[in-house]
Design a binder for this molecule. Structure first.
Ligand SMILES: [Mg+2]
Length: 158
């Protein structure tokens, strides 16, 4: 199994997207208005090319249930539902601040489904610690690009 750990802010949206799409009056941040359908299509392309599953690492996972997030993402064109979200970890028992990378590693350690042969994290700004070598850094000014998808695809298909 191949896994794409997906951030939302700065990846499925961007400064450019918000500049080109005026914010609807009264829309909540955690809504379809903040998801760029073009970026979602790039995730679809990555998933199709690599037969990967998507796990959300975005802080959006703390705002809505997996079903609600899938409904929202499907409304913006996501072809295959997200299978899970990473755990929320803050500090280790000895008080060390944990990163989104630690949350990804914890998900992988807890996963009991098919063996994960490769994974990649699409992330714009969060520190990933030990997962950094598996990260495709996305530029939040423009969001997920075709070049990012190519890099992620190469990392997944190795
Ligand atoms: Mg982000």
């Amino acid at each position: 199994m191949r896994v794409v750990f997906l951030d939302i802010d700065g990846v499925l949206n961007s400064d450019r997207f918000f500049a080109e799409h005026p914010w609807p009056d009264g829309a909540s941040w955690w809504s379809a208005a903040a998801i760029d359908p073009a970026a979602v299509q790039r995730v679809n392309a990555l998933v199709a090319q690599t037969d990967a599953v998507v796990v959300l690492s975005s802080s959006w996972r703390k705002r809505a249930s997996l079903d609600e997030l899938n409904e929202l993402l499907a409304s913006r064109g996501l072809a295959r539902p997200v299978i899970d979200v990473t755990q929320s970890l803050y500090r280790s028992v000895d008080g060390v601040r944990l990163t989104r990378g630690d949350e990804i590693l914890a998900w992988l350690a807890a996963w009991s489904g098919p063996m994960v042969e490769a994974f990649v994290a699409l992330e714009d700004e969060e520190a990933l610690g030990a997962v950094e070598p598996r990260c495709v850094r996305v530029d939040s000014l423009i969001g997920l690009t075709e070049g990012d998808v190519e890099r992620a695809s190469r990392m997944l298909l190795g």
